[in-house]
Design a binder for this molecule. Sequence first.
Ligand code: HEM
Length: 136
Amino acid sequence: MTPEQADQIRNSFDAMWSMSRDIGELCYSRFFELSPEARDLFPGDIERQRIKLMNMIAELVGSLDQPAMFQSLVTHSGRQHARFGVQPSHYDALGEALMWSLERKFGASFTPELRESWRALYAAVQAEMLRAALQA
Ligand code: HEM
């Protein structure tokens, strides 16, 4: 992602965070519509899982200007997800669900540029998590 895209993400973060509870809820319900078989991978409380996902997004945004920290977060998580049995197609579905949720909550302020910035962030995280999973 470009430095301008990183700026856009940082500038939209406070608004995103204020809606993060709803975004987490929408995201997982949409995700399980798109990938019903993935539901069985989550043995625990899905409410806690939503919080974990949103907290990790916050950590990732907070480390956009610290490449080593960003890399260590995604590498660790990618290895963990390989052990959870997560498949590449699940990442596509979760990304779609996340973008759909952001779009719904941001409404008109989710401009095409902002959308592209969040998409680029998710794509970078997905690529690095999958790379780490393959190496695990
Ligand atoms: C960018 C993508 C993703 C991020 C940032 C993310 C983030 C996280 C985080 C922070 C945790 C908690 C780990 C812990 O407790 O130490 C987690 C757990 C988990 N994630 Fe993801 N995740 C992503 C994609 C996915 C996808 C696509 C799936 C597909 C099913 C998935 C399935 C799981 C499962 C099964 C767990 C463990 C749940 C449990 O033990 O209760 N994740 N994820």
